[in-house]
Design a protein around this ligand. Structure first.
Ligand SMILES: [Fe+2]
Ligand SMILES: [Fe+2]
Length: 199
């Protein structure tokens, strides 16, 4: 599904910037819960979607609590971080009219979960405890979340007749791949290939 793997340079930077990674990760978990809630409000008539996303949102908040607990235990001071370009870049792919909008939102959700899963998997062998167990545990959840978003997208596409979900996924995956690998001066959980900021 993902068109390109996370660059090795990103993983190398993750070891060095583990505190920023963890701080940004806490934000990503909160954002994942809030995205699921926003979908529940936008498509409130779909009670099956609401239940499944409610469970997902609770899981994301538990992830947030896990990360927050580790930040405290590891003595990482709180710091407000600006978000990476990733989510905003993907949001630009979302069409404004329904029923296409809903398809795009669900597919963007699927891609974000899949990239998170891929990065967690790559982080596991690069860290010692307690981060290793954290990333190992999260990778399975994010794989499930990716599957759920994909299923919801496919069901919506066939019900509404708004086009082929796989084809649209492939198109958005091109943008996702660019965002996750192109040179990026800001190091974040979903940033691209690290480059030093311009002087
Ligand atoms: Fe999560
Ligand atoms: Fe997730």
């Amino acid at each position: 599904m993902l068109l390109s793997p996370t660059p090795a340079a990103w993983f190398a930077a993750a070891g060095e910037h583990w505190q920023e990674l963890l701080l940004d990760h806490a934000n990503c978990e909160k954002k994942a819960a809030s995205t699921a809630l926003a979908l529940m409000f936008s498509y409130a008539e779909d009670t099956s979607l609401a239940l499944r996303l409610s469970r997902l949102a609770r899981e994301e908040l538990r992830h947030f609590e896990q990360v927050q607990k580790l930040l405290r235990e590891l003595g990482v001071p709180h710091q407000r971080l600006s978000p990476s370009r990733y989510a905003e870049g993907l949001r630009r792919c979302v069409r404004s009219r329904e029923p296409e909008r809903r398809l795009d939102l669900l597919l963007v959700g699927a891609l974000i979960e899949m990239r998170s899963c891929e990065r967690f998997a790559g982080l596991v062998p690069r860290f010692d405890e307690p981060l290793r167990s954290l990333y190992d545990g999260l990778r399975a959840s994010e794989a499930r979340h990716g599957e759920l978003y994909l299923q919801l997208a496919e069901a919506h596409a066939s019900r509404s007749g708004c086009g082929d979900a796989a084809q649209r996924l492939a198109a958005i995956a091109v943008v996702e791949s660019e965002l996750a690998t192109a040179p990026d001066p800001l190091f974040r959980f979903h940033s691209g290939t690290p480059v030093s900021p311009a002087h």
